[in-house]
Design a protein around this ligand. Sequence first.
Ligand code: ADP
Length: 567
Amino acid sequence: MAGERIAERVSVHLRRLSRVHGAVVMAVGLVVLTAWVFDLPSLKGLRPGLPTMKANTALCFILSGAALLIAGLTRPPPALRRASVASAVLVVLISSLTLVQYVLDVNLGLDELLVVDPARHVELGYPGRMAPNTTLCFLLLGVALLCLEVETRVVGWPSQYLAALVGVIALVGLAGYLYGQQEFTGVARYTQMAVHTTVCFLLLALGVFEARSTRGFMRVVSGPGLGGALARWLLPPAFVLPILIGGVVLWAYHSAAFPLPFALALIASGNVMIFTVLVWAAGFALDRAESQRLRIEEERISLQAREQAARDEAAAQQRERTRAENAERDAQRAVREREDILAVVSHDLKNPLSSIGMSTRLLRRLLPEGELGERMRKHTHTIERSVERMDRLIRDLLDMASLQADQVKLNLASHDVEELVREGLLLLEPLAVEACIELRTRLPAERCQVRCDRDRFFQVLSNLVGNALKFTPEQGTVTVEVVPEASAVRFLVHDTGPGIPAEALPHLFERFWRVEGTGKKGTGLGLAISRGLVEAQGGTLDVRSEEGRGSTFCFTLPRVSVPAPPG
Ligand code: ADP
C-alpha cells in the first residue's frame, strides 16, 4: 500500500514537471517569434555569432510545447485533446516539408512564410530555414507526441525511443556549445541548432518521458521500490556530471595549454571516478536497504513466533479450562449418581434388613426348649449381630453421603453436659464390662451446657468410646473427661490402648482409612463421620497419641452461657 502511494505521488509529480517543461518551451517559442516579428537579433541567437532560432522553429516549439502541456494534464477535455493532436500534426507537417526541401533541394516557400529573414541578402544557405538536425528533431518529436498512447508488442512504447533520440541529438548540440564550439562561420553558423533550441528539445524530450511516467523505461524510475528510488537519485548526476567534467577539463586545457591526450585522460578518469562513486553509492544504499529489510523480516518472524506462542498458550489454557469444566461436571455427575445409589441403598436395603431382624427375634421366641432349640438360638444370635453390623454400615454410608453433600440434618438445642455424657455412656458400659475394661468419667464440678444435636452427640461419643474399648486390651482403662472453657466445652476420651503410629495420624480422619494389622473389624468411616458431625455443630475433633502410650481423642462443642440465677 505504501509502495503504491509512493508510485502515485511520483507519477503526479512527474506529470506536473512535464507540464512545466511544455509551458517553458511554449514561452521561449513565443518570445523568439516576437523577436522575429520585431527584428530583435539578441533574442533570436542569444549572442552575435551564435546560430539563431528560426521563426518556424519558434512556431514548432509553441505547437509542441502546447501539445506536451495538454498531454501532461490528468484528464484533458476532448477539445483540448483535439488541439494537442492538431499541434503535433502541424509540427510533423512543417518538419517533413522542411526535410523535403533539404532532400530535394527545393524551396517550397515555407521558410519565410511567417517572417522574412532580414539576413537573406547575406546569401548564406537557406534564409529562414531551420537547421537539418532541428528539422529531424521536430519530426521525431511530433511523431512521439502523436503516438504517446501507442504500445507495440516488439519495442513497447515507441514515443519513448523517439524522445530519447531527440534528447541525444539535443544533448550533443548543447555539449558542443558548452565545450567551446561557440564560434561558427559561414554556412555552419547559419544552419546550426541554436543554444536555446537544444535546451528546448531537451526539455521536450524529458517531458515526453515525464508525461507517461508509469510506462516503459519510466516504470523503473517512478517505481515504489528501491530500484525506483536509486534511479531517481542517480540519473540526474549521471546526466550532468560527465558533461560538466568534460567542460571543466576543456577549459583547463585551453587555459593551461597541456597536451590533448592528457586532457582526454583527465576526462576519462574523471568519468571513471564519477561512475565509481555512483555505483558505490548505489551498492551502499542497496546494502543498507537489504540489511534493514532483513532486520524487519527477523523482527516480523520473531513477532510471529511470539504471537504463535501466545496463541498456543491461550489454546492450552482453553483446553485446561475445558478439562477442568468437564472434570467439574463429571464430579457433579458422580455426586448425583452416588446420592442416587445411596437413596436406593437406604430404602431398598434397610427395609428388608429390619424385616430380617424382626423375624429373627420372633423366630427365637418360638424356638423349642432343648438341645436342638439351643443350637438354633445361637444361630439366630449370629444372624442378629450380622443384621446390626449391616444396619450400622448402611447408616454410616448415609451419614457420610449427607456430610459430603453438606446436607446433614441437625436438631440443635442446649443440653446439660453431665446428662449428655451419663446417658451416652449408658449403652457403652455393658461393652466395657464385657471387654474387662474400666470405663471412668471425669466431670467438672460446675454444671454447663452445650449447643448440639443430642443424637449426633451420642453417635460421636459412642464412636470414640467404642474405638477406645475396641483397641484397648483387657484390664485397661477408658476415661471420658469434660473440660469446660470460655466459649466451648472440651470432651476427651483417653485410653490405655496401643496408641497410633505417628505416620498414621495424618490419615486417621480420612474416609475408609484404617491402620493395617490391628486385627479389629471396622469400615474406616467412624472417625471421618465423627469429625464431620462435630464440625457441622461448630466444634473440632482431634487426636493425640503415642505408640504404646494410649490415645486421646478430643472434640469440642459450643458452650451455652447460662444466665446467673437471680438473687
Ligand atoms: P473403624 O470403623 O475401622 O474403627 P474409624 O474411622 O473409627 O474406623 O477408625 C479408623 C482407624 O483408626 C481404626 O481402624 C484404627 O486403626 C484407628 N483407631 C481409631 N481409634 C483408635 C484407638 N482408640 N486406638 C487405636 N487405634 C485407633
